[in-house]
Design a binder for this molecule. Structure first.
Ligand code: E4P
Length: 220
């Protein structure tokens, strides 16, 4: 499973990239707003992320009609070869995705919750399908069960182009564990979750013991 960072924070992206584990980034309007992002700077911000990350960088469309989404998608895709255009799951989004697919633009279909939505996203030409886990958990449904259903359903078919499942709306490392065991291609995670994924008290305790013993060796 590949790790994407789910953030628009440049410092977090630089730090995760420096670990050598970052395969891509997903942003959304809320994440950009959280960084105090201004409309006039949005394209520059996307390009800046693309220059840090050697992989797909999702930038989301914010229009609702197919022609507008297509125009926005073409504009975003022209910013940098790493850009993947994020399109929300809805009928106009499917129509726009088909047109953008035919123009060679890669699409990440976002806000995807159910198996039928994921099948339609893949059929419309999306290269990435993003089932949200945490938002299901928030309403007392099992997000991991829904993710597993999406992965199993998509695996039954050949869509004629590559379709990767991005486990999204990840809230904690146990979501990462479950997504990996289910065979998700990618998990897009907040930086805090990525940090937690590296940590284990036995790793800390073991390292401290090794270094303490090495002090004895140095002083012998
Ligand atoms: C996916 O690409 C979305 O940006 C993201 O995972 C949404 O997660 P949230 O439910 O934590 O906002």
């Amino acid at each position: 499973m590949k790790f994407f960072l789910d953030t628009a924070n440049i410092a977090e992206i630089e730090e995760a990239a420096s670990w050598g584990v970052l395969a891509g980034v997903t942003t959304n309007p809320s994440l950009y707003a959280r960084e105090g992002g201004r409309l006039a700077d949005f394209h520059d911000h996307v390009v800046r992320i693309c220059e840090i990350v050697d992989g797909p960088v999702s930038a989301e469309t914010v229009t609702l009609k197919r022609d507008e989404i297509v125009a926005e998608g073409v504009e975003l895709a022209a910013l940098h070869p790493n850009v993947v255009v994020k399109v929300p799951t809805m009928p106009e989004g499917l129509a726009a995705t088909r047109t953008l697919f035919e123009k060679g633009v890669r699409i990440n279909m976002t806000l995807c919750f159910t198996v039928p939505q994921a099948l339609l996203a893949a059929r419309s030409g999306a290269s990435y399908v993003s089932p949200f886990i945490g938002r299901f958990d928030d309403i007392s449904e099992d997000g991991i069960e829904h993710l597993g259903n999406v992965i199993a359903a998509l695996a039954n078919y050949d869509f004629g182009h590559e379709v990767e499942v991005i486990a999204a709306s990840v809230r904690h490392p146990q979501h990462v564990v479950s997504a990996a065991l289910l065979g998700a291609d990618i998990a897009t995670v907040p930086f805090g979750v990525l940090e937690k994924c590296v940590q284990h008290p036995l790793s800390d305790r073991g390292r401290e013991a090794f270094l303490a013993d090495w002090e004895k060796v140095k002083n012998s």
